[in-house]
Design a protein around this ligand. Sequence first.
Ligand SMILES: NC(=O)c1ccc[n+]([C@@H]2O[C@H](COP(=O)([O-])OP(=O)(O)OC[C@H]3O[C@@H](n4cnc5c(N)ncnc54)[C@H](OP(=O)(O)O)[C@@H]3O)[C@@H](O)[C@H]2O)c1
Length: 276
Amino acid sequence: MSPMRWLVTGSSSGIGESLVRNIIARGDKVVATARGDLYRLSSLKEAGAETFTLDVTASLSDIKMVVAKILESGPIDVLVNNAGYIEAGLAEEATYFETNFFGVIKTTQAILPHLREKKSGFVVFIGSSGGIAGEPGAGPYCGTKFALEGWYDCLKQETAHLGIKSVIFELGFFRTKIMDPANVKLRSEPIDDYKPIRDGVTQFVQSINGHQPGDPKKAVSIIIDVVKDEGVAQGRPLPERLPLGPDCLATLRKKAVSNLNICNEWEDVIRSTNFD
Ligand SMILES: NC(=O)c1ccc[n+]([C@@H]2O[C@H](COP(=O)([O-])OP(=O)(O)OC[C@H]3O[C@@H](n4cnc5c(N)ncnc54)[C@H](OP(=O)(O)O)[C@@H]3O)[C@@H](O)[C@H]2O)c1
């Protein structure tokens, strides 16, 4: 099989950086992108990646220009929508979607014409256990990841007949910089009524940062296996969604059981709403 050429957003740290290094180690080509100074990607360049500046909150036309430049030196086979961060805060205070949701939509829209033309390609979405179930104090983040799940579900069905595959990986807690207090955004004018919840979130972020159970290297190895239909993915159908990490498995199971219980306990009521 000839090497694939991947495009990864948010490659300056964490899952993105690890993914780029693993893609190179597996013999594929990769375009690593990050916002800001390209100097931040110099070690990935030395490792063999092509590097481009891409802020996923830029306008769609600007993102399309970057993608066009990337395509000048060859086709892209896989887009990994990885860039993201955590905004903690209460549901009533939430105001943001730019990076985790609209950034993914715009980057995907910028690459889709190319994938449609060549009638092949793979789009990878990095979801979260926060896109399966909400937690107090995580409204802004969970909102973006829930939105991503819905948008992905539609896109997957709309593009399958064009030879374009896609999958969403739902990550539990993985040890990256995502929980670094410098990266977790908190609102500056909080609503007093929610103080206990906000304090709980702050404490949780401080206690889990650096102690997350998940190993990013193991996650990215599985992500690459699934895209390439190798390793742990061999002999299994492409999953619609794949939770990664025992904590995420527990969240998905709890949600599935809860949904099933609602269906069973309320079935007669739920079924009673059609016209007679
Ligand atoms: N680690 C976890 O526990 C976990 C769990 C569930 C889901 N996820 C998801 O995994 C993905 C990667 O996160 P991570 O854990 O690897 O965290 P990370 O180490 O903080 O990396 C996040 C990456 O996203 C980049 N980014 C943020 N805003 C961006 C923008 N506007 N344009 C381009 N890049 C941007 C960051 O770049 P800068 O260096 O410029 O900030 C950084 O490279 C995210 O989508 C996250 O929601 C992670």
